[in-house]
Design a protein around this ligand. Structure first.
Ligand code: FPP
Length: 260
């Protein structure tokens, strides 16, 4: 049996000093994992050592997300802009899915975790694509946490593709211009089978979206931390979720008493 990291009570799950309220857990958490390079630099190590450590953090955070009952964890692992990095670094980043999925697969199956990806898969090197394809195929009937990697992902490119796909249907007479609405656009995005993120976390002190899920994050709660991704741990994760649980999500409207 896998060791559970928390204790349960009637009210919720106690995680260190944080009592998580079962009633308002975020279903979908999206994370911009930033700061691997700085983490390595601080230790006079090559940048790829930071990415390797970042991969270990992915494993730890996926376990915790699964333990507390998060439904979807989307991780920004490689953006369409990251190709501008030195070839050796890009090659290393592209080797990570294979390394990660090979070693984590038995546990993914045991935990009933499903692997998914968003991004331009065809633009990935063959080995990377193969590793992701195999993992997605192997885990496709798993019904627990969805571990969704954004690989070669750019939100604007995703939206452009959705627009083109919709236009193809319009031009061939399958859908009318009037039928295009927000729900339809949702269905043409790569996240069509996922709920919108409830919580976005970005590590390393940067406070921007970097072309990540621009459409999907319209009503998401944001949480930023100075912690570098390789140092992100159970405590920081719980702090983020705890902060989310204290937010008052109004979606542009008013709530309860405020309406009177
Ligand atoms: C940004 O930090 C991070 C990335 C571009 C890569 C993130 C990838 C991982 C954390 C590992 C992914 C794991 C799998 C299994 C796919 P940075 O390098 O820009 O850091 P810096 O801003 O400090 O230089």
């Amino acid at each position: 049996m896998l060791k559970k990291l928390f204790s349960k009570s009637k009210k919720g799950k106690q995680f260190e000093e944080f009592l998580l309220d079962n009633e308002c857990l975020p279903s979908h958490i999206a994370i911009i994992m930033d700061g691997n390079g700085r983490w390595a630099k601080k230790r006079a190590m090559p940048r790829i050592a930071g990415h390797h450590e970042g991969m270990q953090t992915v494993r730890k955070i996926a376990r915790i997300a699964d333990d507390i009952g998060i439904k979807v964890l989307t991780l920004y692992a490689f953006s369409t802009e990251n190709w501008r990095r030195p070839k050796s670094e890009v090659d290393y980043l592209m080797s990570l899915p294979q390394m990660f999925l090979n070693s984590f697969m038995p546990e993914l199956m045991e935990r009933n975790i499903r692997i998914q990806m968003i991004g331009d898969k065809e633009g990935l090197p063959n080995n990377t694509k193969k590793a992701l394809d195999e993992a997605m195929e192997k885990t496709k009937h798993n019904t627990g946490l969805i571990l969704n990697f954004a690989m070669n992902y750019g939100s604007r490119a995703e939206i452009v593709k959705a627009m083109k796909d919709i236009m193809i249907e319009v031009n061939s007479g399958n859908i009318s211009l009037d039928a295009i609405d927000e729900t339809m656009i949702d269905q043409y995005l790569m996240t069509s089978n996922l709920p919108e993120p409830d919580l976005l976390i970005r590590t390393s002190g940067e406070v921007r979206l970097s072309n990540f899920m621009l459409w999907q994050l319209a009503y998401t709660e944001f949480w930023f931390t100075d912690t570098l991704w390789p140092d992100f741990d159970q405590h920081t994760f719980m702090e983020a979720i705890h902060s989310y649980q204290k937010r008052n999500r109004r979606y542009g409207g008013l709530k309860g008493e405020e309406m009177k």
